[in-house]
Design a protein around this ligand. Structure first.
Ligand code: HEM
Length: 403
């Protein structure tokens, strides 16, 4: 078989156009099907539309307000408490534990004990699911890793998912018999799936994978954005102390610091699609049916035509032209645009939205919580990057709390 032709798109405008093409089908997770087969981000056309329409309900403004203002703060505090009490932490682990606990809440994976041990068990499953979803980048024995991930999914099902399903089925039955109201049902993806599984024709294993996908889609991306923002802020404290000080007290400004970080360091450096038909983009570029389209987000997000001459720099004061998103294309666009974008990064509202309605997003909220606890890098134990990571992940990031 001949290799498909690869077409790389690297300007902001062309990338926007590509994301909106309905004849381009998801290609990024082809090798990750052990976790990603039939999950939302891998569906296309009518099947995608039907599931997205239902899951969208969970991400309406009123739910997001409830998450950000009432439901998330105690989870952030509970996750941070032991680390603050210990006077320090390793940020990569802490970030994943915190974002995982938040993502478990939105996905519908209960943590009935609420103990650090339980968090740790869920965390080890999550780390394997991430490896499963990104098998394309795995350099070791892929078949062995796939089998390990499949076994972890089965164990997670018994340990976490089935008890969560039983609790929700019970709540749904009580809601149907009007013993409890609609507003007393859990607000999570699993409840949406269970209430609509006949319409959506969802077999058990798809319910399992969709729930795991939400867990990792919410946790891993937000955790990396959290660590990277803190790294930027630590640097800012040296190069631009006034800005760093402002970020500690001005949530809108801190939010812009997060957006710039997400723009410059997208969680996935590329998006990928298969062309289902021949396509011609407005600039004249032709994509043949069967081509693989690589949308280079690292380049598109640094396109000077969209972000100006200083596009490569982290600048929370950046003035953006109308229609240019401060996070660039890091949340995608078009049919697969991130469903959790506002939940993660809030609404971009500097200046023109009533503070009452402003969502800051869970990444800025979590960063603010650790800034308030006096976080700074551990001077005795410098952070180091993972040499095996193509994505510039940190291997260890020791921090201390207190002033
Ligand atoms: C900083 C945080 C986040 C980043 C950078 C991010 C990034 C992305 C990107 C780039 C896509 C599009 C993928 C593509 O087009 O191939 C996406 C889709 C998605 N994201 Fe996020 N995400 C974040 C947080 C979240 C959170 C918190 C959730 C869940 C609560 C979430 C759930 C999803 C889902 C379900 C999709 C698939 C949507 C669809 O296919 O219709 N994400 N995300």
């Amino acid at each position: 078989m001949t290799e498909p032709t690869e077409v790389t798109i690297s300007t902001y405008e062309e990338a926007r156009e590509a994301f909106r093409q309905k004849h381009l089908r998801q290609a990024l997770y082809d090798a990750g099907d052990v976790v990603m087969a039939d999950v939302l981000v891998n569906l296309h056309g009518d099947e995608h539309r039907a599931r997205r329409r239902l899951e969208n309900r969970l991400f309406r403004r009123d739910s997001q307000m409830l998450y950000e203002r009432e439901l998330f703060p105690p989870i952030v505090a509970e996750t941070l408490a032991p680390h603050i009490a210990a006077g320090g932490a390793e940020l990569v682990t802490l970030s994943h534990q915190m974002m995982m606990n938040l993502a478990a809440f939105t996905s519908g994976v209960d943590r009935p004990l609420g103990t650090p041990e339980e968090t740790f068990r869920l965390y080890s499953y999550l780390m394997l699911f991430i490896e499963g979803a990104t098998l394309a980048h795995y350099t070791g024995d892929r078949e062995a890793k796939r089998a390990e991930v499949a076994a972890a999914l089965a164990a997670f099902d018994v340990e976490f998912l089935q008890p969560s399903i039983r609790r929700r089925e019970d709540a749904i039955a009580r809601c149907e018999s009007e013993e409890i109201g609609e507003d007393e049902l859990p607000r999570d993806v699993l409840t949406v799936l269970l209430r609509n599984r006949d319409d959506l024709e969802l077999p058990d294993e798809v319910v399992l994978r969709e729930t795991c996908f939400y867990l990792l889609a919410g946790a891993h991306t937000s955790a990396t954005a959290f660590v990277r923002t803190l790294d930027v802020l630590f640097e800012m404290a040296i190069t631009s102390p006034e800005d760093a000080e402002r970020a500690r007290h001005d949530m809108g400004f801190l939010q812009r610091c997060v957006h710039e970080t997400i723009r410059l360091q997208p969680s996935s450096p590329v998006a990928m699609r298969w062309a289902l038909e021949e396509i011609e983009l407005s600039g004249g570029r032709r994509i043949a049916s069967g081509d693989k389209v690589v949308i280079d987000l690292m380049s598109a997000n640094r396109d000077t035509a969209a972000f100006g001459e200083s596009a490569d720099l982290h600048d929370p004061h950046r003035q953006l032209a109308a229609g240019v998103a401060p996070w660039g294309l890091s949340f995608g666009l078009g049919m697969h645009a991130c469903i959790g974008q506002e939940l993660a990064a809030g609404t971009d509202a500097i200046g023109d939205v009533d503070v009452q309605d402003q969502l800051y997003g869970l990444v800025p909220v979590a960063v603010q919580a650790v800034l308030a606890a006096g976080i700074h890098p551990d001077p005795a134990d410098p952070a180091r990057r993972d040499p095996a990571s193509e994505r510039g992940y940190w291997a260890k990031y020791p921090v201390v709390f207190g002033r």
